[in-house]
Write a protein that binds this ligand. Structure first.
Ligand SMILES: [Zn+2]
Length: 399
């Protein structure tokens, strides 16, 4: 359960999150991540403050080892369920570059509430936050009931399916994105291959033609589903705020797209994230390439091609594709070059795209709703392209 109450002046958002959690192994704590308190976002003016966490009417002892981590002490056996209630309050900066921002008459919110950082294979994920514009979040999939109170005259747009005024349900998602503004909304059905309601919501102050963006989103969803398996949810929403420029940010069933001349590339890339990040999760701090290289590969399959400068570079130029965000924090200039461009060069070096796509389809099917690790992708590639793992080592890709 996620309650979101957006103040009329858009400067603050208050809410509550209620999490029902059943660990598959014993644990003595619960770890929530408070991403708006990461160094980049704090500098922009974001702040997420939490109140007392309670379970069964009792306050849980809490610790804050660092600004992005909340540890609650509670002893749980494997298979034992706890329901935790946690109130929070968010400060929203004006025209920020990162995931939380308010703009002329609207707001966009991503990674904005306390999220449970549990990986059923590894336990609690306590990666440090990235120091450059990127993601660090790792979360399991869950069912979300979301209630959003938007300021008068504004429309809320939320991950999942609207079930009543102000209420949404999102099934098997690892996060929820929210926007509120005065939007022009257009919808269509995409066959991906099951019918999916695609919505494009363009903020009134953004200069994008909704119907054109809708055609791009519908086509990307349909074509990617042919390559990587069915799109698993009933809705897909593209939000175009006025302040994202040439960037995009992916959330499950909802992406934020910058009003940009390269709109189609951004739509293709963020839509590919619905398979690589949203369906097949990964530790975005430890293995950022696992979703970014594959989303860029998916984007290239839809016809974009790589920028000429990257396509013509020798493979030896891309030696850190598999590096973690702690490496990229101090090598910022290489991040897009290696992780996005180099990831595609590395996959292309394995042979015909049809084989790589076949392996990626297998990877998506076998790791759906899970948090994948590099070994899972290498296993799928090896199965279709024997020797793939060895050949990818020179790109810095390994288990
Ligand atoms: Zn991406």
């Amino acid at each position: 359960m996620l309650d979101v109450r957006i103040a009329n002046d858009l400067k603050t958002v208050e809410g509550d999150v209620t999490v029902r959690f059943t660990p598959n192994r014993p644990t003595s704590r619960l770890v929530f991540r408070l991403w708006p308190n990461g160094p980049l976002q704090r500098r922009e003016g974001s702040q997420l403050v939490v109140g007392d966490a309670t379970a069964g009417g009792k306050t849980l002892p809490a610790a804050r080892p660092d600004p992005t981590t909340l540890v609650l002490h509670a002893t749980l056996g494997a298979g034992q369920t706890i329901t935790v209630h946690l109130p929070w309050k968010l400060t929203v900066p004006l025209e920020a570059r990162d995931r939380i921002s308010r703009f002329t008459s609207g707001i966009r919110l991503g990674s904005f509430f306390p999220v449970l950082a549990w990986d059923p294979r590894r336990g609690w994920v306590t990666d440090p936050p990235a120091r450059i514009l990127s993601e660090s979040s790792t979360t399991p999939t869950a069912d979300f009931d979301v209630h959003v109170e938007a300021p008068h005259g504004m429309q809320a747009i939320v991950s999942g399916t609207q079930v009543a005024p102000g209420r949404w349900h999102a099934h098997a998602v690892r996060d929820v994105g929210v926007a509120a503004a005065r939007f022009a909304v257009v919808t269509a059905i995409a066959h991906a291959p099951r019918p999916v309601t695609v919505r494009v919501a363009v903020a009134r102050s953004a200069s994008v033609r909704g119907p054109a963006a809708l055609r791009m989103a519908t086509s990307a969803l349909r074509r990617l589903s042919r390559l990587y398996g069915p799109y698993r949810w009933a809705t897909y929403t593209v939000v175009v705020p006025p302040d994202l420029h040439s960037a995009g940010i992916e959330y499950p069933t909802l992406t934020f797209i910058g009003a940009s001349p390269i709109l189609r590339l951004i739509v293709d890339h963020e839509t590919a994230h619905q398979w690589f990040y949203s369906l097949v999760g990964n530790d975005q701090a430890r293995d950022p390439w696992l979703d970014e290289a594959l989303a860029t590969w998916g984007e290239v399959q839809l016809g974009a091609g790589l920028p000429g400068s990257i396509a013509s570079e020798p493979a030896a130029d891309f030696r850190h594709v598999g590096a973690s965000m702690s490496y990229w924090n101090t090598h910022e200039l290489g991040y897009f070059h290696d992780v996005y461009g180099g990831g595609v060069v590395a996959l292309a070096s394995l042979g015909p795209a049809v084989k790589v796509n076949c392996a990626l389809r297998r990877y998506a099917a076998r790791n759906a709703y899970r948090i994948a690790q590099p070994g899972d992708l290498l296993e799928a590639l090896e199965r279709i392209i024997p020797g793939a793992e060895r050949r990818l080592r020179r790109f810095g890709i390994h288990r």
